[in-house]
Design a protein around this ligand. Structure first.
Ligand code: C2O
Ligand code: CU
Ligand code: CU
Length: 484
């Protein structure tokens, strides 16, 4: 459980807090409500300035990471207050799972919730069948289930995460706080790596706010945006240095459009894959469900990790209520001293072996996958909503397919495929001539399209593809795929 310094005696005074600036709510990470005041505002509690905490870490022993993950609503310190929220083993985020290629995961989910749940290891290229990463498993309230996953020896190094995946409950359970990071790494990881799970939540009357149907249609965005469960924590460094920040976008629907002025950034990896060399940037966009590993080279002084407003479109073009993201949100303060950099800092080992490139691979099948339509309120894939009994696509094992995701709707949809990673071939946001770009969530902008190639190899089985605006997924924007 996280201890927020500012809520303990001797923490930041109210006066000190008000000194933060005029945008009181915004300074705390709360967005201003635009035209929606029916719901009481959560009372902000001073926490700005608390030291960043990181989730507990669970690692493998003798090649197996064995752990119990208890999903429950429990009273915990979150977002600068104390509230009953979703937790894994008592905290949100839950523990970070760290494994190496070749390790096994033996994870027993204990369902202390009042609804069914299950576990998905988002980003792992592992079997989707049986007791492995099987999203069709259902764990009843009071029940338990053990997931057993073998991570292949040649699994890419990178950042994945885990969250519940029981259709109809996913957005509520993730929004409540049930998720955690999952890192595939060869130790030691240098420079120092740090997990930053970004999530959003709305807390009213000491618990997680319920949402309206319209919020579900648009995809809910919480009023508080948190890093590791904290409102705008502070990360202090005695001297300028290199760190790799492992950012997970665990928000149900919010896109993160991040800047960190005052430090230099280079993207090391996206989703479960790393680049052969870091890619310098000054802006990092992470769709819901996506991850980025970024090398942060700090400079003396103070800088703020800030999420800029991101236009992802609205159902009915904004005329149907709901709330647009219009205010920047300050996520974390980086405070760097003027000490001298660690003397013999080892050169960063951040790159990966040049990954396979499907751009020149023979394509067995080309498909178009239509997500939504110009008609309002259409949350379908190829004109249909989710039916677990129906198989929507059936690729052959051992082939490469090319899919073009076509989005004729007025909202962007971040489309996610389980098990088999997608190499992006063409996308409005893709830099021409760049290195291979691997994703498991691709943002398909409103009115746009994205072409990917997928190697259906290593694993057969039946699993899912869906929009990672988790409200859309729960409303049926999901389909089944069976590889044989
Ligand atoms: Cu992150 Cu099908 O999920
Ligand atoms: Cu997934
Ligand atoms: Cu969607």
């Amino acid at each position: 459980m996280y201890q927020d310094k500012a809520t303990t005696p001797g923490g930041m005074t109210r006066r000190g807090l008000l000194g933060v600036g005029a945008g009181f709510g915004a300074a705390l990470g709360f967005e201003t409500l635009a035209g929606c005041s029916s719901r009481p505002e959560p009372a902000p509690v001073p926490t700005s300035g608390a030291d960043l905490a990181e989730p507990a870490v669970l690692t493998a022993r003798n090649g197996t990471l064995e752990a119990e993950l208890r999903f429950a609503m429990s009273r915990t310190s979150i977002a600068g207050t104390t509230a009953t929220v979703g937790t894994v083993n008592g905290t949100t985020p839950g523990p970070t799972l760290r494994v190496a290629p070749g390790d096994r995961l033996r994870l027993t989910v204990v369902n202390d919730l009042t609804d069914p749940t299950n576990l998905h290891t988002h980003g792992l290229h592992v079997s989707p069948s049986g007791v492995s990463d099987n999203p069709f498993v259902m764990i009843e309230p009071g029940g338990r289930h053990t997931t057993e996953i073998t991570i292949p020896d040649n699994h890419p190094l990178g950042l994945s995460w885990y969250h519940p995946h029981h259709h109809g409950m996913v957005a509520d359970q993730v929004f409540s706080g049930i998720f955690g990071a999952l890192v595939v790494e060869r130790e030691p990881a240098t420079p120092p790596h740090r997990v930053l799970v970004v999530s959003d939540i709305t807390i009213t009357d000491g618990t997680v706010a319920a949402v309206s149907h319209m919020e579900r249609m648009n995809g809910r965005e919480g009023q508080a945006v948190l890093v590791n469960g904290q409102l705008r924590p502070r990360l202090s460094q005695a001297a300028p240095q290199d760190e790799v920040w492992q950012l997970v976008n665990a928000c149900v629907a919010r896109y993160l459009d991040l800047r960190l002025d005052g430090a230099s950034l280079a993207v090391v990896g996206r989703d479960s894959h790393r680049y052969a060399a870091p890619l310098p940037t000054d802006r990092i966009v992470i769709p819901p469900g996506g991850r980025v590993e970024v090398l942060v080279t700090s400079a003396a002084g103070r800088s703020t990790l800030r999420a800029q407003p991101y236009d992802r479109g609205r159902m009915g073009g904004g005329m149907m209520g709901g709330r647009a993201t219009t205010t920047p949100v300050d996520l974390l303060d980086l405070v760097v001293g003027t000490g001298s950099a660690p003397a013999s800092a080892a050169p960063p080992i951040v790159g990966a072996a040049a990954p396979r490139d499907l751009r020149s691979a023979p394509v067995a099948t080309r498909r178009t996958v239509r997500v939504g339509s110009p008609s309002m309120m259409d949350l379908s894939i190829d004109g249909r909503t989710f039916d677990p009994a129906r198989t929507d696509l059936a690729p052959r094992l051992g082939t490469v397919e090319e899919w073009t995701w076509v989005n004729a709707s007025r909202m962007s949809h971040p489309m996610h495929l389980h098990t088999w990673p997608m190499q992006v071939i063409e996308a409005p946001w893709l830099t021409a001539g760049g290195p291979p770009e691997w994703r498991d969530v691709v943002n398909v902008p409103a009115g746009g399209q994205v072409t990917v190639r997928i190697a259906f190899e290593d694993f057969d089985g039946r699993t899912l593809y869906h929009c990672h605006i988790l409200d859309h997924e729960d409303l049926g924007m999901m389909a089944t795929i069976e590889v044989t």
